[in-house]
Design a protein around this ligand. Structure first.
Ligand code: 5GP
Ligand code: ZN
Length: 116
């Protein structure tokens, strides 16, 4: 499934360049264009799902895979031991601006709680 005007579908298809750090059968991970931490990687499914909740309903197991892939990126970036945050912004108040499911992996510095 893909949506022609979706930015992350275009990154998945290679139509928009991105710094890809890991590729799985059903996911890809690439560095955020506006990083908020030394490690800031977006893990996205290859298939288009608008957000984490709808993906969890539509495709059992996909979210687990995104979490596993995010952890592997954290290991590769050497932030797994120091700790990291995995965030799924959802909807307007949640700060979601791209409506193709993505987990933000943030690490490499102390992160404030609660986030702004
Ligand atoms: P959201 O606000 O939807 O949770 O996160 C969207 C993220 O996508 C933002 O952190 C933003 O910096 C990132 N982003 C937006 N456009 C691009 C792009 O063209 N390439 C990459 N690599 N990241 C992008
Ligand atoms: Zn998409």
């Amino acid at each position: 499934m893909s949506e022609t005007d979706c930015l992350f579908c275009k990154i998945v298809k290679g139509e928009v360049p991105a710094e890809i750090v890991r590729e799985g059968d059903r996911t890809i991970a690439f560095r955020d264009i506006n990083p908020q931490a030394p490690t800031h990687v977006l893990v996205v499914p290859r298939d288009h799902h608008p957000d984490v909740a709808s993906a969890a309903v539509a495709d059992s197991g996909l979210i687990d895979e995104i979490v596993r892939e995010a952890h592997e990126v954290a290991v590769a970036d050497n932030v797994a031991d120091s700790g990291y945050r995995l965030v799924f912004n959802t909807g307007g108040n949640g700060g979601q601006t791209v409506f193709h499911l993505h987990g933000h992996l943030l690490g490499g510095r102390g992160l404030n709680w609660p986030p702004g």
